[in-house]
Design a protein around this ligand. Structure first.
Ligand code: AQP
Length: 350
């Protein structure tokens, strides 16, 4: 779908390629997180670029989280990253709250971002819904903390799903305004990396809604912890239509549920939509769904098995996150210190 990613530069400054991205431990990881984000994270790591991946627990508490469950979900998400192919010795893997510089730079960016920019964020409108007066201030400020997460590392690329594109654009606006207001070339204009055929995986119950870990219906999503029987049952029950699969991708345009299942198949098989349709055109879901189930189980069951194995040793997961946090902090602190100096804060502690 995208994007020749180039090294962004501002003025004369050239920034070393560096990847940052994160996922909220606000529930279990879904197939949407896997295809839209995690698979790309692994690809970037394997390209040999410096990669920093974060379980953004400060973002998770923008909506209520039970403390014990949050700890459990954070460990489970870390296990999911590792099981999906993130190697914590090659990538930095940590949870956000262990590096306090995220919150500190987030505050500075709250003072750079404009209310009008925040008011345009569609994710806030979707999540707040009719309840906007009663959601947390943190949910509203979420995008400026996300900008801090990225810019704290001078990250040049952020692999994300389609739904996060607007937030990465806001990150660029914040970087540009900071650089302009303080007459510096300090923050890069980070590029979103939105690649693959499943950058927006939809709910299995409603093809107009994004697959989401916080959807009240567990049937709407595949969780990375689902076993083979559960994956099979969910795909069998997934909403579809009575038509057969067409020859051309364009013919799926007004068949959102059918398009979603074809996209999922293509992404899991590392094929194009055209290749999938070349094999299944003229066949209905009675034939396609069992093939999708076999493929999904073959790709996802090993991840789920490995996650369970890793979860048997929570102390080791905590050790990996602590080690990652130390390495992240070593990059973040000098960038935060320089930011505060640029802004005019006295830095006299020894
Ligand atoms: N359905 C999806 N299709 C493709 N990519 C997706 N992502 C999330 N859902 C899909 C990508 O996963 C990364 C992490 O997202 P997040 O968990 O930090 O926040 P989110 O986008 O709000 O994801 P959820 O599952 O919908 O979480 P909740 O329910 O807690 O709000 C991002 O790169 C995102 O694009």
């Amino acid at each position: 779908m995208t994007d020749a990613v180039q090294t962004p530069h501002v003025g004369q400054t050239r920034f070393t390629p560096r990847v940052f991205s994160g996922i909220q431990p606000s529930g279990g990881l879904t197939l949407g997180n896997y295809l839209g984000a995690l698979k790309r994270f692994v690809q970037k790591q394997d390209e040999g670029i410096e990669t920093i991946y974060c379980l953004v627990d400060l973002h998770a508490i923008t909506t209520w989280q039970d403390p014990e469950k949050l700890r459990q979900q954070t460990r489970e998400a870390a296990a999911g990253f590792i099981a999906a192919g993130i190697d914590p010795t090659r990538s930095i893997l940590f949870n956000q709250s262990q590096v306090s510089a995220h919150a500190e730079l987030g505050w500075v960016f709250n003072c750079v971002a404009r209310l009008g920019w925040m008011n345009r964020m569609t994710q806030f409108k979707d999540k707040a819904g009719k309840n906007a007066e009663n959601v947390s201030l943190g949910l509203y400020a979420y995008p400026s903390l996300m900008a801090a997460d990225i810019l704290l590392y001078h990250a040049t690329q952020v692999p994300v799903g389609e739904d996060q594109k607007q937030h990465v654009e806001l990150t660029r606006d914040i970087a540009a305004k900071f650089n302009h207001d303080y007459k510096v070339d300090f923050f890069p204009l980070t590029e979103p990396v939105i690649q693959g055929v499943a950058t927006r995986v939809m709910s299995l119950r409603d093809g107009s809604k994004k697959m989401s870990k916080s959807d009240p219906s567990d049937q709407s999503r595949i969780n990375l912890t689902d076993d083979a029987d559960t994956i099979a049952a969910k795909f069998r029950k997934a909403k579809t239509d009575a038509g057969v699969l067409p020859d051309l991708p364009e013919a799926l345009a007004d068949r959102p549920e059918a398009r979603n299942l074809v996209n999922i198949y293509a992404a899991l098989a590392d094929q194009s939509v055209e290749e999938v349709l070349a094999e299944y055109a003229g066949r209905g879901f009675g034939a396609f769904k069992p093939a999708l189930v076999d493929l999904a189980v073959a790709k996802l069951a090993p991840i789920s098995t490995e996650m369970k194995r890793l979860m048997d040793d929570p102390a080791e997961i905590d050790r990996i996150l602590g080690d990652g946090a130390n390495r992240a902090d070593a990059i973040a602190q000098p960038i935060l210190a320089k930011t505060l100096e640029i802004v005019g804060m006295i830095r006299s502690r020894r």
